[in-house]
Design a protein around this ligand. Sequence first.
Ligand SMILES: Nc1ncnc2c1ncn2[C@@H]1O[C@H](COP(=O)(O)OP(=O)(O)OP(=O)(O)O)[C@@H](O)[C@H]1O
Ligand SMILES: [Zn+2]
Length: 724
Amino acid sequence: MPIIRVALPLPIPQLFDYIAEDAVHSDIGRCVRVPFGRGEKSGLIVSLPAEADVDRGRLKVVSHVQREVPALPADWLELVGFVARYYHAPLGEVVALALPPGLRRADGVSGEDVDPLLELSAAGRAALAEARRESRALTLLKATDALGGPARRSAVRALEAGSAVGDLIRRGWLVPRDDGGGRHLAAGRPELTVEQAAVIDTVVAAGTGFHAWLLHGVTGSGKTEVYLRLAERALAAGEQVLMLVPEIALTPQLENRVAQRFPAANVVSLHSGLAEGARSRGFVQALSGHADIVLGTRLSVFAPLPRLGIILVDEEHDASYKQQEGVRYSARDVAVWRARQRAVPVLLGSATPSLESWQHAGNGRYGLLRLTHRAVATTLPKVRAVDIRRMKLDEGLSPALHAAISERLKRREQSLVFINRRGYAPVLSCPACGWVSRCPHCSANLVVHLADRRLRCHHCGCDGGIPHACPSCGNQDIQPFGRGTQRIEARLNELFPEARVLRVDRDAARTRAQWEALLDKIAAGEADILVGTQMMAKGHDFPKLTLVGVVGADSSLHAADFRAPERLFQQLMQVGGRAGRGSLPGEVLIQTEYPGHLLYQHLGRHDFDAFAKMALDERRVACFPPFTHQAMLRADAPALSDAVEFLQHARRLAQSCAPETLRLFDPVPMRMSRLARRERAQLLVEADSRAGLQGFLGQWMTMLYAQRTPRELRWQLDVDPLDV
Ligand SMILES: Nc1ncnc2c1ncn2[C@@H]1O[C@H](COP(=O)(O)OP(=O)(O)OP(=O)(O)O)[C@@H](O)[C@H]1O
Ligand SMILES: [Zn+2]
């Protein structure tokens, strides 16, 4: 009787064998439910071994094999296999991460196309011909006709009077048609700029096959247009396109643009914010080859794509491509691996590339493509450092920023005050006894949220009411200390009573719907002054926004993390890049006590190259990535000593198998050592070559997995960690 080998979502690098009477070779890559312990687990068949690892008599029988959807193909199994190997994670956990939960549970999953391709029927044409009275239905019918070919329901819905789409279908004016043939159509595309055309020519001239490209395009240079044109070419060749964006928050606008551009293409979006059914459906659409474009956040790098033609990674520098828990993969790096595996081009785009990618472009591993001018605006915004050393600030706002905002209000333009800290104030404190609001579970302060009168921990999420008096000495006069978005918002409301102030942070946009509503409001010009966190820094294009004021940036200037300057530069260049993207010129004011700091100077000249050179030189001297390769072993436990002790033990094990070139550091408590009642420590290992590091990690992990650890202790490995 056939044996199947199954990857199960368990924190151990082991596969499990079962008996499956009717299993055949083509079942490899199918989801299964199997008995496990006293219950059931679901996993994936990875092979049909001739012999079991254990005594045949002890094997249990599989409960259910999911055969309604196609099996995951061999290249997909290779992909998850690579991720498991490279990040030293159990294969079953990688599979669990990569597959939508519904599919993995081997539930009945519908691969039904919920976004049918529609076209005008004879009746629809007749209705157009008879000049009827204007109605919403007729307006929509005209707009649909103007697309020049079949269109998806979602694309019709996005047109003017789109809500009448159901009506048109009921009247029989729009009818479903067979898929295929229509997807080449690209509607309403602008003339390319000279630079955009050159970039596309270069990519096209390199031909099909694997090529990794870094597209460095200044903010507003029209990188999206480059992605869309490359997507168009792939679609025309009958291929699928994978397009990654860093955050769910950025998907709605891009989804709209993609749907408008390719009205007939089946665009599937995949991100963790989707309902389970929708995520499974999208995944099956991709797997079966019905999806033309898969657009999504990091997890969509695992979408199976039989006809894959190109991979596009937007804002490639963004830290959210790296998963920060469980299997700590970098979707950007996996995307490049996948492009090589599938022999297709991959394009990484950013106005502020990561230094890793920049280094690859510098040494020729990636081809460098550049857009040095904005597409619409004639100039980049003017960036000025406002020296606040001898200035009296009004709740953190300088007179210069105040004046600049007034100016914008007069001209009916929009301003953005950027402060990367949500809440009202980062801490509540008592001036009499020095008490501060500490989180009882973390080594962090509780943040004052005045909007709903709570003290909240931004790390573990715990919250409580704001005390009326100091809990320690009873003093009634306790003060919020420092500033966050809510405080700036409140002050701006007082300073500019006639202006409409809108706060854009994670508290104001908890759900995708709230976020979309905020964006619509801004786009419609229903806000004059925006107060935003890094949510506002990315990708947005609001032509009326002409001023960006940056408050409190200096705090990142001296942070301990060696990546802090890179992040600060990226963030400021990105947020500054929101200014003056249309026909109106933009201005960026950075309030700082270090106006002469090189980072601000490079920023003022929009000189990414100079900044990158400086930062890379520093890293070379200090032997930091990308000039060295790192992995971090982290452990956490209720007591710090347990975590450190485990790491010391791990270090001794490492010494027994470490090559000479490997550098093993001492275990240390993490910078924020306590999180949600657990104490955390870390152990850094470094090697000059990736291969050297990987070889060592393989041996080390085998030893570590064989260790018995106290039940309360958890550990995990982070390869290429972002936070060191
Ligand atoms: N060829 C073109 N002709 C006319 N308008 C264009 C063209 N290319 C891009 N645009 C417009 O220029 C603006 C900026 O483009 P886009 O948002 O793609 O820039 P970006 O390079 O992604 O910038 P950022 O990195 O700041 O997000 C958009 O409004 C876009 O519609
Ligand atoms: Zn906490």
